[in-house]
Design a protein around this ligand. Structure first.
Ligand code: NAP
Length: 345
């Protein structure tokens, strides 16, 4: 049964019925986009998903989602094509702008930024009421001058010049895109909520490897002989998708929502992976042996928890990431020793 949300407006109790509502998700076939589409379909929405080539086999998994046959339509739109976006948003109350290049390629920075400007303008021109923008913690945490004891929260921004100097152009792109979304939406009177996911784990619905899933795969295939002396923040893709729908549905939700489930040093991340999957050889060599270990920082995910989001434990998320990578053929299945095999006979 689709959920029915109740909202009080001018003293009257109104019922919002997602099954009557059409929404659009840009970048529907990607890792996060696919889960956002799945969550929206499960909640009863009619969904239009954009992809640059909807007929490409890489998007076929979307058509197999529960509810897709009746309530999902895919359409073609590049974020650089205003007219395509405007057509995709026609009749939609809401837009989830998930699409973005996930890359440090300098040529792709303008795609992320101008693409976002096009999305907001096309949404406003098409009469859309509410937009959810997918930012990244790359726009939040990359500040070498942040006090080590400070809590990372929605007020934090990465240092643009530092990101540029260190070649983290993806972070520059996400910062600029988020600022563009916020400014353009304010100019056009569009409601905007921003979900800020950290490194996103969990099972993939799509077949091809996205960047954050390959982050895990590389350690299990032996492609990474060392690990950095670094701390990172992690979250589960299903929590990210729920966060998108929660901030969309909550009438008062606006501004940024940090979607972080855990922060840990890469050594601990790999230890967790190794404990779950001892069959794989995972490197134990740090790139900076002998130096003091980088310290995990404190963070707040209170804004999303206040909306009712419960975060998936990282251990569960990692287990399902690896099981999915194995199932989709991105990881070799570990060889079971002969003696153990016999025990099954
Ligand atoms: N995964 C993470 O760890 C993570 C963390 C924080 C934030 N995010 C953000 O989450 C969003 C989705 O990332 P993801 O991890 O799901 O990556 P992904 O699987 O690589 O998906 C990226 C999506 O963007 C679309 N896209 C790229 N360039 C486009 C263009 N010029 N026009 C239209 N669509 C374009 C792709 O569509 P096509 O199918 O047409 O190629 C694809 O659907 C991005 O905004 C990313 O910055 C991701």
């Amino acid at each position: 049964m689709p959920s029915i949300d109740k909202a009080i407006d001018n003293g009257e109790l109104k019922q919002r019925q997602p099954e009557q509502e059409l929404v659009c998700v840009t970048g529907a076939g990607g890792f996060i986009g696919s889960w956002v589409v799945k969550e929206l379909l499960l909640r009863g929405y009619r969904v239009r998903g954009t992809a640059r080539d909807p007929a490409d086999r890489k998007n076929a998994h979307l058509l197999a989602l529960e509810g897709a046959e009746e309530r999902l339509a895919l359409c073609c739109a590049d974020v650089l094509d205003y007219d395509g976006l405007r057509a995709a948003f026609r009749g939609c109350r809401g837009v989830f702008h998930v699409a973005s290049p996930v890359s440090n390629d300098p040529d792709l920075v303008p795609v992320a930024v101008e693409g976002t400007r096009n999305v907001i303008r096309a949404a406003a021109d098409a009469g859309v009421q509410r937009v959810v923008f997918t930012s990244s913690y790359g726009a939040v945490h990359m500040d070498p001058n942040r006090c080590p004891d400070a809590v990372l929260d929605e007020t934090c921004w990465s240092d643009y010049e530092y990101c540029k100097k260190t070649g983290n152009l993806y972070c520059c792109a996400k910062m600029m895109a988020e600022i563009t979304a916020t400014e353009e939406a304010a100019k056009r009177g569009l409601e905007l909520a921003v979900v800020v996911p950290s490194m996103t784990m969990g099972p993939m619905l799509q077949q091809s490897l996205n960047f954050s899933s390959s982050h895990v795969a590389r350690y299990l295939t032996g492609a990474k002989p060392t690990y950095p002396n670094a701390v990172a923040a992690y979250t589960d893709v299903r929590d990210v998708a729920r966060a998108h729908v929660l901030v969309y549905e909550h009438p008062d939700a606006c501004g940024r929502y940090l979607c972080i489930g855990a922060v840990l040093h890469r050594a601990h991340f790999l230890q967790l992976l190794g404990d779950l999957f001892p069959q794989y050889h995972i490197t134990a060599k740090c790139e900076e042996d002998g130096k003091p270990m980088a310290k995990p920082y404190k963070f707040s995910n209170q804004r999303l928890r206040d909306l009712g989001l419960e975060f998936t434990p990282l251990k569960e998320s990692l287990y399902e990431t690896v099981a999915c990578l194995q199932k989709k053929g991105h990881l070799p299945l570990p060889v079971v020793p002969i003696a153990q095999k016999r025990a099954y006979l």
